[in-house]
Design a protein around this ligand. Structure first.
Ligand code: 6PG
Length: 247
């Protein structure tokens, strides 16, 4: 099942994403006592993380009816650049600075990919952590994704072998021509086992690629974002009008 929701601008997109995430979290906690979310890097998610930080604060002050039992929220990442956690390019650092340090999520619930390690080891350790948490199926309550201008998502880039991975949930690879070329990423089987996947896409620079991904020929080797088709989960594209202008 998939849907596209268009918002007037990047700010209202961030607001919609943050409130939707909190609603999914509330429902997951009511249903099975915890909420597992995998975060993305990128500038579009950053705006959403900042909203989540704002709504956490306003909720705690009783100024908006948005409160969550943060102790039941578990945070993961969909991908990471192989850099230390305090590096400006770290996806962990992005989420930490924009959101996590402003919430009472217990440190033990923050399951980061250890980008400072040897990449293969970081991938193996992260997969072991996911298997310990999820058991046989990595059913994240929510995975947040961005869309790169080249059609990549998470750190699944065009033409990479990772797109054909069927067994491992996490792989490390070196991708020529991208910043911080060593990456650790969830694989298609892990992405597609999620209960919910939300793509956040904003800006005119994404318009042509978004049209190709959503309305063009299915060719995930060229357009990796097309590989995301959660079997029993829901796929939602939250986009702004600029990104949606060619649809
Ligand atoms: C990464 C991200 C990546 C990102 C897209 C979109 O680590 O590079 O996870 O997949 O989400 O490149 O990024 P923007 O929102 O900045 O365009």
């Amino acid at each position: 099942m998939s849907a596209i929701k268009t918002h007037p601008d990047a700010n209202s997109l961030a607001h919609a994403a943050a409130t939707h995430i909190m609603a999914l979290a509330e429902a997951a906690i009511a249903a099975h006592d915890h909420f597992s979310i995998a975060l993305s890097g990128g500038s579009t998610p950053r705006a959403t993380y900042e909203r989540l930080a704002l709504y956490t604060r306003l909720g705690a002050q009783g100024e908006v009816p948005l409160t969550l039992d943060w102790g039941r929220v578990h945070v993961f990442w969909g991908d990471e650049r192989c850099v230390p956690p305090d590096d400006a390019a770290s996806n962990y650092r992005l989420a930490h600075d924009a959101w996590l340090e402003h919430t009472p999520i217990p440190p033990g619930n923050v399951h980061r990919i250890r980008g400072e390690l040897d990449p293969e080891r970081a991938a193996d350790e992260y997969e072991a952590e996911l298997r310990a948490f999820f058991g046989p199926t990595p059913r994240f309550d929510l995975i947040l994704l961005g869309l790169g201008e080249d059609g990549h998502t998470a750190s699944l880039f065009p033409g990479t072998a990772a797109l054909h991975e069927t067994a491992r949930w996490v792989v490390a690879h070196c991708v020529a021509g991208v910043p911080q070329p060593w990456r650790v990423t969830l694989t298609p089987p892990a992405l597609n086992a999620a209960a919910n996947v939300i793509f956040l896409v904003a800006g005119a620079g994404k318009a042509a690629r978004l049209k190709q991904v959503l309305q063009g020929t299915l060719q995930p080797d060229v357009l990796p974002a097309q590989i995301v088709q959660p079997g029993v989960g829901r796929l939602l594209w939250l986009v702004d009008v600029a990104a949606a202008s060619l649809l």
